[in-house]
Design a protein around this ligand. Structure first.
Ligand code: SF4
Length: 281
């Protein structure tokens, strides 16, 4: 049984995106959701967290959106798959909340990152929020799986300083198995960002037995190096911190027996990116 709170009882800030949040917008009508998606007047957010040092340059304030069209087998936040699990937050409230951190983020050379879920499921809200944050003079980052990148116009892309692009794996068949969608749109978005010289920080979740194939990683590394705009690669070791959410949500988690990658494996994968001239951690 999932312990439930109403949207009013839940603070916008959470200590961690690993906090389970469900059904916070279950009373929002379909017409309100439709209009919100069309206009961006309202966003559906899992939470805000502060002080992240891994979601873009410097110290980041991160807003986690609800809604994702991928179903990554290793997802550590499956409560963000459903948009209705997020809180319905008017754009103005989100902007006011962000404004509180404006000074601190500038002092710490940090910025604002929109993550998820998949932020581009709510592309109008994302675009308006980025525009408001840029107005405040704050650095902006979009953390995305890239599948819906075509929803952003070139002008809208200019409000985003860096794209944290999650490429889940290289092999198309494996990608479909791993996330339930094709890899093509993500790679198209990467190429478009390269044409526009928009910096990419590539994120790669390393899961033993699923995304550690040496040959595939070699091809991904070559692709990333050819783009010419990948500033760094973050190799993110798989962990089991999200397993309890799958259990609580009654989802079929298939990675119970998978262990985090060894240090040797992480070093091998980072080395594959280094070998093509990329900075990887
Ligand atoms: S893209 Fe991110 S939020 Fe969506 S299923 Fe994959 S890991 Fe989870």
């Amino acid at each position: 049984m999932i312990e439930q709170k109403t949207a009013e009882e839940v603070p916008l800030e959470s200590t961690s995106p690993f906090e389970l949040r469900v059904d916070l917008s279950k009373n929002v009508s379909e017409s309100v959701v439709k209009k919100a998606l069309e206009t961006g007047d309202i966003g559906f957010l899992h939470s805000f967290t502060t002080g992240s040092a891994v979601d873009g340059p410097g110290v980041r304030l991160v807003a986690w959106t609800a809604g994702c069209q991928f179903r990554c087998l290793y997802c550590h936040n499956p409560d963000t798959w459903n948009m209705m699990n997020g809180m319905a937050i008017p754009l103005e409230r989100a902007v006011l909340a962000l404004n509180k951190y404006r000074h601190g983020l500038k002092v710490m050379n940090g910025g604002f990152t929109l993550s998820g879920g998949e932020p581009l499921m709510q592309d109008r809200f994302a675009v308006r929020l980025f525009a408001a944050v840029k107005e405040m003079g704050i650095h902006t980052a979009l953390d995305t799986n890239g599948f819906l990148g075509e929803r952003l116009s070139n002008e809208e892309l200019e409000k985003i300083d860096v794209v944290l692009l999650d490429i889940k794996c290289w092999d198309p068949e494996r990608h479909r198995h791993l996330v339930g969608k094709d890899i093509g749109p993500t790679l198209d978005f990467a190429r478009r960002l390269a044409q526009r010289r928009k910096p990419i920080w590539l994120r790669y979740v390393l899961v033993p037995g699923l995304t550690d194939d040496e040959n595939d990683i070699g091809k991904l590394a070559a692709f990333a190096a050819d783009l010419g705009n990948v500033e760094r690669v973050d190799v993110l070791p798989f962990h089991q911190m999200g397993r309890y959410k799958w259990e609580k949500l009654g989802l079929n988690y298939t990675l119970n027996d998978v262990h985090p990658p060894s240090r040797e494996l992480v070093e091998r994968v980072c080395g594959q990116f280094h070998a093509v001239g990329l900075t990887a951690y």
